[in-house]
Design a protein around this ligand. Structure first.
Ligand code: ADP
Length: 491
């Protein structure tokens, strides 16, 4: 070697990686050179190392984890075969001046031969890389994964993912079980979609596409019944999904969870059946009572007997209220069992609203209901059901606003749709409740007794509107009032 560059090579060695240059002979190993990085990494001094047997300083471990070769044997092997040896990550304790104790470190060591001019191994060059930080990250990741797995297992959650490009599905044993498949059977997207009840299949496929289109910004949840692919058992499942991008190749994956909600659905079903049954049973006696009241009312009017006519009239108003309630419960029972059938016909929007206002007048003496003037619009929809929806919004507007305030029905049209609004100057609704109002049985807590109800009016209205491919919503300010609106396509 050129005498001028030889010292430079020494510096390169010292400043390069954490290296140890060892000579091997029959009597053992001797450290010939050690780099600065190696000294720093192992908290040792050069004068304590040079000329020493490395295993006097760092006693070798008898056995290495996972059956990896020991350091001593690795060096011997390099010396004998002239081929490099890598020892994968292993734990080795090093004295730390900072703590004064032996501290655990994870190392990856490489041993390479350095040949003399005759081609014999003269030295073995050992390079150590401190893998502790990476190892701790892995350990923490493993721990987090284990905890997640434990939670998933404890909650009986099934997990699945779909590769957006190839449509390949990976699913846990639990997810397969919820689709009635044994753990070793593969599911395909087609099989999974076919297992979903036909009434919900398209909806599930649409949701999946929405999940993909959302670019990972939102997660989606949907409940649907499935018929087990292999076991033919019927179950209700709740599926939640979100789009993820794989870190390495940016592959798009829809990942999700599946939970068995059969029991709660069955309970709900039993509640619905009970409500429907009771409502049915009440319908006939109520019709009879109403007919008798009408009869007596007519007689009393003819006889100009206001002493009888007035209380009978009041009783008659109450039976109307009861009838409305029962109709609501019956409709709800129908919807829950997926039987909401829409019978469309052409009718005048004005005529319908005027009729509704007329029917409502006796109950709304405290309020003035104002219908916005303007040209009539012909609707093609289910007249009684749309009437029921508007009726529910109107009666709420009256129920949730002070006497002597106005309630307005407005409307506006474009080529494609009509937007109908019902506005009151009432108590309003806080933002956190606004979205939930359309859920079944949802009620904002009203301590006032006169505002009793069951929380199904808006749910029914929303279901009717949705069945017509319309949208429904509310704009409201607490203390100032609310505007409930819904749209219907104009056909
Ligand atoms: P109900 O009136 O029987 O409770 P609804 O489904 O019709 O059931 O309404 C759900 C809830 O929405 C009501 O309990 C009430 O809290 C709120 N709400 C509905 N309409 C109005 C309104 N016009 N103003 C204020 N709150 C309203």
């Amino acid at each position: 070697m050129d005498n001028l560059v030889a010292p430079a090579f020494g510096r390169v060695f010292n400043q390069a990686a954490a290296c140890l240059l060892m000579r091997v002979n029959e009597s053992g190993f001797i450290i010939a050179a050690v780099s600065d990085k190696y000294l720093a990494l192992t908290s040792t001094r050069r004068e304590d190392m040079i000329g020493k047997d490395p295993f006097d300083i760092f006693p070798d471990k008898e056995d290495h984890p996972d059956g990896a070769i020991s350091t001593r044997n690795a060096i011997l092997q390099v010396w004998q075969t002239g081929k490099p040896v890598i020892i994968p990550d292993y734990l080795y304790y090093i004295h730390s001046p900072a703590t004064g104790h032996l501290e655990p470190y994870w190392w990856r060591s490489t041993f390479e031969p350095v040949f003399d001019d005759a081609g014999h191994v003269e030295f073995v060059l050992g390079t150590a890389v401190d893998q502790t930080a990476q190892h701790l990250v892995h350990l923490n990741l493993d721990k987090a994964q284990q905890m997640l797995n434990l939670a998933i297992e404890a909650a009986d959650i099934g997990t699945w993912s779909i590769d957006v490009e190839t449509k390949a599905i990976t699913s846990s044993a639990r997810a397969k079980a919820l689709y009635g498949l044994p753990p070793d059977e593969f599911s395909t997207l087609e099989r999974v979609l076919n297992a979903i009840h036909p009434d919900y299949r398209q909806l599930a496929a649409d949701r999946l596409n929405e999940v993909i289109a959302s670019n990972g910004e939102r997660s989606f949840t949907i409940d649907y019944p499935v018929k087990g692919i292999a076991d033919q058992r019927e179950r209700w499942v709740r599926s939640t999904a979100r789009l993820f991008f794989e870190t390495v190749d940016n592959k798009r994956l829809v990942c999700g969870t599946l939970v068995d909600i059969t029991e709660s659905k069955m309970l709900e079903q039993r509640q619905n059946d009970f409500i429907s049954m009771v409502s049915h049973e009440m319908k006939t006696p109520l019709t009879v009572v109403t007919a008798y009241l009408d009869l007596v009312l007519e007689k009393a009017k003819k006889m100009n007997d206001s002493l009888i006519a007035n209380p009978i009239y009041k009783a008659r108003l109450q039976t109307s209220k009861l009838k409305n309630m029962i109709v609501g419960f019956l409709d709800m029972g129908g919807m829950e069992s997926g039987k909401l059938s829409i019978n469309k016909s052409a009718f005048s929007f004005r005529e319908l609203t005027e009729e509704l206002i007329g029917e409502m007048l006796p109950f709304a003496l405290s309020h003035q209901i104002i219908l916005q003037s303007g040209p009539d619009v012909e609707l093609y929809a289910d007249r009684p059901k749309i009437g029921q929806a508007i009726n529910n919004l109107l009666s709420n507007a009256i129920k949730y606003s002070a006497p002597n305030t106005d309630v307005k029905i407005g409307y506006s049209t474009t080529n494609r749709q009509i937007k109908i609004t019902v506005t009151d100057l009432g108590i309003g609704i806080r933002p956190e409740h606004q979205k939930k109002l359309f859920e079944r049985f949802y009620r904002v807590d009203h301590s006032h007794k006169s505002r009793s109800g069951f929380g199904i009016g808006l749910y029914l209205a929303a279901e009717v509107v949705k069945a017509h491919q319309g949208k429904i919503g509310v704009i409201s300010q607490t203390g100032e009032g609310s505007t409930f609106w819904f749209t219907l396509p104009l056909e």
